[in-house]
Design a protein around this ligand. Structure first.
Ligand code: TGC
Ligand code: FAD
Length: 389
């Protein structure tokens, strides 16, 4: 019998509209033609052309693609998720660029910003001409942002910010940082343009994961901002946590893209590779690995599409996003690890994308809420008892 592609096993294409399938194909083609040939090098060198890529992604309408108005494409959650899936099938770092720009930085402005802030930033960010970052985490307050030390105090009409943010994607290449800080009346978001006096960003080196992504520390020392730098619609931790739901949904899809790339690579390898006088794919142990991976991939995709449809109907709850992120990233990482075993020694090199995806997925398991935090969110939903603190 002729082989069935792992995505075709569950016939999920039938759950998509023509427009969604077309968007997926367009992003896939762009990844194949323009990104895949360079990924191993970008990862090895820990450098990639972020600004050029942002413009290219902007030209395809991928930045803030699920937002309406102000130059954004206004597409549905599933279309956005499928774009994330294809981008992450290339490299999680590229999906990160798009997640942070569209779902964290742009969404913060779109949801909580004034009309003037939206007009100033959103169209240029949608085109990829200006890059944003999202500063919530601090070195001592990652999983528990409620404890943040960054402060915003009033001085006349101005705001003055002091503090340090850590592990901020796009931080040192951003034109604007969305910085979350504790004001007297609660946590507020601020738009801090690059170059503002007292604001500096430094790239974090030595990463063994997401090497094709910029990760930075943001330092704010007596940063004076005008009154209209604050996002008027956000007060309290619920503000940034609501923003995170957007990006987490992209990851529910995206992580499966990395897993699918691993599985496609591994099936092709196992069918060609000969050992003990037979093809590697002809051994039952190998087929069990491939079958289990395809099952988890298919189940994850069904879950992702279901959550996307709930989002499009306006009824998606945060604990459902947590369940999706927890399951799909955990399974994607397990698939990447299993695929790596099938490739043997070749699996530990950059000749194949599998270990690169595996290393990237370690960050994906940690950022946007660790797997433990999402477990506790689901546990709280099931029991009504919070076990965070
Ligand atoms: P808690 O008391 O539960 O909540 C405080 C207020 O927030 C509301 N809330 C949410 N609202 C919308 N969506 C959610 N997911 C929400 N979770 C909570 C909640 O209803 C409450 O509202 P109100 O009005 O009653 O005040 O807060 P807590 O301090 O107990 O913390 C809960 C916990 C641990 C779940 C939360 O702190 C958390 O999610 N921690 C994880 C932090 C995190 O995910 N950081 C990510 C940083 S950004 C990032 O990683 C980008 S990666 C970049 C890339 O993609 O490349
Ligand atoms: P900690 O919170 O110190 O957690 C350490 C371990 O303890 C984890 O396993 C965690 O699950 C566990 N743990 C914590 N609390 C509990 C508990 N109550 N019960 C049981 N176990 C617990 N942040 C941003 O704001 N913006 C960004 O753009 C951004 N980009 C990132 C990019 C990369 C590459 C990485 C790696 C991180 C990024 N982050 C960003 C930060 C990320 O969100 C945090 O790393 C994450 O929230 C976890 O925080 P932490 O690293 O301080 O770990």
């Amino acid at each position: 019998p002729s082989p069935v592609h792992p995505s075709a096993l569950f016939a999920v294409d039938g759950l998509l509209t023509d427009e969604e399938r077309e968007i997926r194909q367009t992003v896939r083609r762009m990844c194949d033609d323009e990104l895949r040939p360079h990924l191993a090098q970008w990862f090895e060198e820990g450098r990639f052309p972020a600004r050029d890529l942002a413009r290219r992604f902007g030209s395809l309408g991928l930045l803030g693609m699920h937002l309406e108005g102000h130059g954004c494409a206004g597409l549905g959650a599933v279309a956005y998720g499928l774009a994330c899936l294809e981008l992450e099938g290339a490299d999680s770092g590229l999906r990160s660029l798009v997640s942070v720009q569209g779902s964290l930085a742009m969404y913060s402005i779109w949801r909580y910003g004034s009309e003037e802030q939206k007009q100033e930033w959103l169209p240029a960010m949608a085109r990829g001409e200006r890059i944003g970052c999202f500063g919530l985490t601090e070195s001592d307050f990652g999983s528990d942002p409620a404890g943040m030390r960054t402060r915003a105090r009033r001085d006349g009409d101005d705001w003055v910010l002091d503090g340090t943010k850590m592990w901020i994607t796009n931080g040192s290449i951003a034109d604007v940082a969305v910085v979350w800080a504790r004001a007297e009346d609660g946590i507020r978001g601020f738009l801090v343009p690059a170059g503002t006096t007292g604001f500096t960003a430094h790239e974090v080196g030595g990463k063994l994961s997401l090497r094709a992504s910029v990760t930075s520390e943001l330092v704010l020392q007596d940063v004076r901002l005008p009154a209209d730098a604050a996002l008027p619609g956000a007060l309290g931790l619920a503000g940034p946590l609501q923003v995170l739901n957007e990006a987490r949904l992209g990851i529910v899809f995206g992580a499966l893209g990395a897993a699918l790339d691993c599985l496609e690579t591994t099936i092709a390898y196992a069918v060609e590779r000969e050992i003990f006088g037979r093809r590697l794919a002809s051994f039952q142990l190998t087929q069990e690995k491939l079958a289990d991976a395809a099952l988890e991939l298919g189940k994850g995709l069904l879950l992702a599409i279901h959550l996307g449809r709930l989002k499009e109907s306006g009824v998606l709850r945060p604990e459902q996003v947590s369940a999706g992120k927890l399951n799909n990233v955990r399974e994607a990482l397990a698939i990447a690890r299993t695929c790596r075993t099938v490739l043997g020694a070749s699996g530990v090199t950059l000749e194949y994308p599998v270990m690169r995806h595996m290393a990237n997925l370690e960050s994906v398991l940690t950022y946007e809420g660790t797997s433990e935090i999402h477990t506790l969110v689901v546990g709280r939903a099931l029991t009504g008892i919070q076990a965070f603190r």
